[in-house]
Design a protein around this ligand. Structure first.
Ligand SMILES: [Zn+2]
Length: 84
């Protein structure tokens, strides 16, 4: 999600994180959580300063791994049958 929330101007890493900060009922008392409230439900900011939900989605996990340059374990193509 590239654009910040139009109401509170906070940037979110994903639509799900954005949705999580919008509470209340549509047309009644729909509003944004405060930062204190977001932290209270386990939300935090990523290294880019965008808010994320604590429960990492697949999308978040993949982008985080790419950023850290984590490699996959090499496949075992050669297996030694004999010891010594
Ligand atoms: Zn907002």
């Amino acid at each position: 999600m590239k654009s910040p929330c139009p109401a509170c101007k906070i940037s979110f890493n994903s639509l799900s994180a954005f949705d999580a900060h919008r509470i209340g009922t549509h047309g009644v008392d729909r509003h944004c959580m405060t930062i204190k409230e977001m932290r209270a439900i386990g939300m935090t900011t990523n290294r880019l300063g965008n808010w994320v939900r604590e429960i990492a989605t697949q999308e978040n996990a993949e982008s985080a791994f790419k950023g850290r340059g984590v490699r996959k374990y090499p496949a075992r193509t050669a297996r030694r049958q004999r010891a010594g």
